[in-house]
Design a protein around this ligand. Structure first.
Ligand code: MTE
Length: 306
């Protein structure tokens, strides 16, 4: 059932009236969650459950989550992705699954959405830059996709690749980053129940600037791990490269676990600014998810493995 009470602002307050009204018309025609996805524009999702993994902290307003973005393919300033990704084509959409798997394959978005029931997961998102948000994601555990992909026993890592098309993403030229954007997890991190593929937020399909149609969310790691608009998932035996470790290995590591005790070379990571609030709060180790994930890093020196 849709959870209306999870929306802290009515759409009429965050959306221009015309868009709000046409969105309402779309909702009427969307009988099933899948129908909503096929509609292309951000539309209401239904039939998802609330997950027990959610935080009860105050959710960051929809308009802040969707206008303060890092999506360098669509521009360097925080307000640029919302404008430049407006016409990004996310349907039809496929994900290539390859590398160390029983059989390489391409899965389309509708088939992906049938792998597991959708859930709402309200997670903290902590960016390496020192800000944070609380986002009500709609998605399902990445483990459901991994099981369906049938990775070989020698697969030890999972690499994710964002769709890349310079024609649709001309601003990418100025980002100074190698594209397509790539990120990766160890297999045990990828299989962890907190790690999700998300296809929406605030009860609607994913806005383009947040990584439509489907993105990764790994809540105990800095936000840059949560790769957007996934077009390829590759299983590997060796530790894969990642965009930020290629661009600046001294400043950004493979692990990227949120850790207030380990400073970024140019700034402290001890505190954070919650978007929409004044002042700063303490950053929590593993972004507050230590009880669930600290055991994954038992043997690891977190100062060296930042
Ligand atoms: N994915 C791609 N493809 N390109 C990006 O620039 N930025 C990352 C991550 N995923 C990024 C990306 C960073 S730095 C952060 S903090 C989060 O997306 C931001 O997600 P949000 O815009 O939904 O808050």
């Amino acid at each position: 059932m849709p959870k209306q009470n999870s929306v802290s602002l009515p759409y009429s307050e965050v959306t221009p009236k015309a868009a709000y009204l046409s969105r309402r018309d779309l909702i009427k025609t969307a009988a099933l969650p899948l129908a909503a996805f096929q509609a292309g524009a951000a539309t209401k999702l239904s039939g998802y459950k609330k997950s027990g993994f959610s935080t009860s902290e105050k959710q960051t307003p929809y308009n802040a989550i969707t206008t303060y973005n890092n999506y360098y393919e669509f521009g360097l300033d925080k307000d640029m992705p919302a404008v430049n990704a407006r016409n990004f084509k996310t349907s039809p959409w496929t994900i290539r699954i390859d590398g160390e798997v029983a059989k390489e394959k391409t899965i389309d978005f509708d088939a992906l959405m049938k792998l597991a029931p959708l859930e709402e997961r309200v997670y903290r998102l902590r960016c390496v830059e020192g800000w944070s948000m609380v986002v009500p994601w709609i998605g399902f555990p990445l483990s459901a996709l991994i099981k369906a992909a049938e990775p070989a026993s020698k697969a030890k890592f999972v690499q994710f690749e964002t769709y890349f098309d310079l024609k649709q993403m001309p601003e990418a030229r100025y980002a100074g980053l190698p594209f397509p954007y790539i990120e990766a997890l160890r297999m045990d991190e990828a299989m962890h129940p907190l790690t999700i593929l998300s296809a929406g937020l605030y009860g609607e399909t994913m806005p383009n600037q947040n990584g439509a149609p489907v993105r990764l969310v790994v809540p105990w790691k800095y936000g840059f791990k949560s790769v957007k608009s996934i077009a390829r998932i590759r299983f590997t035996e060796k530790k894969p490269l990642t965009t930020w470790t290629i661009a600046n290995p001294r400043e950004y590591g493979f692990q990227a676990n949120v850790n207030p005790e380990v400073d970024h070379p140019r700034w402290s990571q001890a505190r954070e600014r919650r978007i929409g609030e004044f002042g700063k709060r303490d950053t929590l180790k593993f972004n507050g998810y230590a009880d669930q994930v600290a055991s994954l890093y038992g043997g690891l020196d977190l100062r060296k493995n930042y």
